[in-house]
Design a protein around this ligand. Structure first.
Ligand code: GLN
Length: 271
């Protein structure tokens, strides 16, 4: 009888310890919870250095690092965000409608937060300070600012803020392209006079020697902020925002920024 009681106590303690261990593991690594569905995140990997593919097909870039950090238990964000990320490559032009149709949970692709886009989708808090720049051939001295773009041949990416901006230039002849590398080639070939696109991506492409012969006009045309986009009323937006706040305050954001841009990150607004 006594033996039996002892045995039950041992069993109870053992079961309780197991239970505690399981709870502890799950709160540390909720992403490994088999019930937690991975977050489907769209990206267009043609936007160096934010998202691009290496020769062996691996996704890399500032946005990819940021998204992975949001989901990483090592950054202790998982407790807040608690999701595993599954990237899906999509053309930039179709991203907003894909989010609207809720075919993905989120998108990270250097997407500028605009009033127009906010009518149909939602955005996280800003995670990157950006802006549009004019790129010209090195020998071009006449294009210096907005006014000198009037009546010129201009290349832009379909569906981008650069394309929207180009529409405001009087008498400009606009050609549209699916992705960045194509329009820079067109500029080099002399088919267009200027490209209007995101300054950081343009400067990075030039600095890394891929587009020798192109320079960026000094003054930026706009100030923009990138956000992680989600469908409206997304159940994940709050966790994403908390995750970004945590990465900003624990130094991870700064580390990722320095890795890709070799500079101190600027101050970001909360919303
Ligand atoms: N930031 C620009 C936009 O949102 C372009 C982004 C991109 O080409 N990936 O329209």
């Amino acid at each position: 009888m006594v033996k039996l009681v002892n045995f039950k106590w041992q069993q109870l303690i053992l079961s309780l310890s197991c239970l505690l261990l399981i709870i502890a593991c799950q709160s540390l690594y909720p992403a490994t919870n088999p019930d937690a569905k991975p977050l489907k995140v769209a990206t267009d990997p043609t936007f160096v250095p934010f998202e691009f593919q290496t020769a062996d097909g691996k996704l890399k870039g500032f946005d990819i690092d940021l998204m992975n950090a949001l989901a990483s238990p090592a950054a202790s964000i998982a407790k807040v965000a608690g999701f595993a990320v599954q990237f899906e490559s999509l053309p930039f032009d179709g991203m907003i409608s894909t989010l609207q149709a809720k075919r993905v949970d989120a998108a990270i692709s250097g997407i500028t937060i605009t009033a127009e886009r906010l009518k149909t989708i939602a955005f996280s808090r800003p995670y990157f300070k950006a802006g549009l720049a004019i790129a010209v051939r090195e020998d071009n001295q006449n294009i210096k600012d907005f006014n000198s773009l009037k009546g010129k041949k201009i290349a832009v990416q379909i569906g981008s803020t650069g394309a929207d901006f180009a529409k405001t230039i009087p008498n400009a002849k606009i050609s549209t392209f699916n992705s960045g590398p194509e329009f820079f080639q067109d500029l080099l070939n002399g088919n267009v006079d200027a490209v209007i696109s995101d300054a950081f991506a343009t400067l990075y492409a030039i600095k890394n020697g891929k587009f020798k012969g192109i320079r960026v006009v000094a003054d930026l045309l706009t100030e923009e902020y990138y956000g992680i986009a989600t469908p409206k009323d997304s159940p994940h937006l709050d966790a994403i925002n908390k995750g970004i706040a945590a990465l900003l305050s624990n130094g991870t954001y700064k580390q990722i920024y320095q890795k890709w841009f070799d500079a101190e990150p600027p101050q970001l607004p909360d919303s």
